[in-house]
Design a protein around this ligand. Structure first.
Ligand code: TXA
Ligand code: MG
Length: 312
């Protein structure tokens, strides 16, 4: 009799090959990464890349991250690579860090939202790595959610958003982190900057670089177009509270409403934020009450995502 674990590996291997074949035929495939699920297309397949924007309902000026399976692929994508990039690669690749560099001419503008730069990341999730290698090309992959919905942390959540609209979903179970990668830029005229906080912190990156990371300037167009859009929106109304007393008073005003309370009594955490927001939608919660304690306030990535729930 075959051992359970081995059978599972064989199934996964066949599935990965099937998924890679679909990608080569210009179809879209969702796959797990260590951060959130991604919706992939081969970067050179412009028609498929365009499909990503249409199925997600994503604005065309919001660039995609290129996911690589080996370091040689960096040279296919980027030029004028500063030495500090390789220092960061040594320390953080594969892992939840995306680095923006000047793009090579061959990288299609449809993938970069019209920018002359490209964000590069090497995911550490093994299914993601095997899939990219089976394609023999980098995969662009935004989070596999409809624009404006929380990023998916399970294959079921991807299916909830896209159903039959995409060719395949590789199911790798629940992801490790539950929040998207840290994004930094090494090609701004203002010097290196943090575009999106994530699991790898600003301080960890600065320690490796030996210099500090700036904040993106309010340029037109913005350094990271994704930052200007409202994200992670649940259907119910969201309320934030800074003290448990304020929360208590709010609950007393209307005790019977169908609501989800986050952050009390257990503190909020990045691993479960999107999961909770999606659960609130499934349970048709009319409101979500979020208590933000001191520890949450110090968590840059979590505060960034929370602030974007309420951005218009
Ligand atoms: O963890 C992640 O990064 C996930 C997984 C699937 O890898 N992907 C992800 O992709 O979150 P997406 O498309 O949902 O978010 C990418 C962010 C956006 O804010 C986008 O504007 C920014 O990265 N970005 C991508 N390319 C850029 C570029 N060339 N310049 C500036 N910002 C860029
Ligand atoms: Mg996203």
């Amino acid at each position: 009799m075959r051992k359970k674990g081995i059978k599972h590996r064989v199934v996964i291997h066949n599935e990965i090959q099937a998924a890679a074949d679909l990608l080569k035929k210009k179809q879209l495939v969702a796959f797990p990464t260590e951060t959130v699920y991604g919706l992939g297309a081969i970067i050179w397949e412009e028609e498929a890349v365009g499909q990503i924007f249409s199925v997600k309902g994503r604005p065309p000026d919001n660039p995609l991250i290129a996911h690589i399976g080996n370091l040689d692929e960096v040279h296919l994508l980027a030029k004028n690579i500063p030495p500090v990039f390789w220092k960061l690669v040594d320390r953080f690749f594969p892992g939840p860090l995306s680095i923006v560099l000047p793009k090579k001419k061959s990288v299609p503008y449809i993938a970069t939202g019209g920018l002359d730069s490209v964000a590069i990341r090497m995911p550490s999730n093994l299914i993601a790595q095997q899939l990219i290698r089976a394609c023999g090309a980098p995969l662009v992959a935004p989070s596999a959610n409809l624009s404006g919905k929380p990023s998916p942390v399970t294959a079921e959540q991807v299916a909830d958003d896209f159903g039959e609209k995409i060719a395949y979903i590789l199911d790798g179970g629940k992801v490790d982190y539950g929040i998207e990668s840290t994004v930094i830029s090494l090609c701004s005229t203002q010097g290196p900057s943090l575009l999106r906080p994530g699991n790898i912190t600003k301080e960890e990156i600065e320690a490796v670089m030996g210099t500090s990371l700036g904040s993106p300037q309010k340029e037109a167009p913005p350094a990271s177009p994704g930052m200007k859009y409202r994200h992670y929106a649940p259907c119910g109304k969201v309320f934030f509270f800074e003290t448990t007393e304020e929360l208590k008073q709010h609950l007393l005003k209307n005790p019977k409403i169908n609501r989800l309370i986050l952050g009390d009594p257990l503190p909020l955490n990045a691993k479960t934020l999107y999961l909770s927001l999606r659960q609130a939608d499934k349970q048709m919660c009319e409101e979500i009450c979020v208590y933000i304690n001191q520890a949450t306030r110090c968590d840059q990535a979590l505060m960034n995502r929370l602030s974007r729930i309420i951005l218009d």
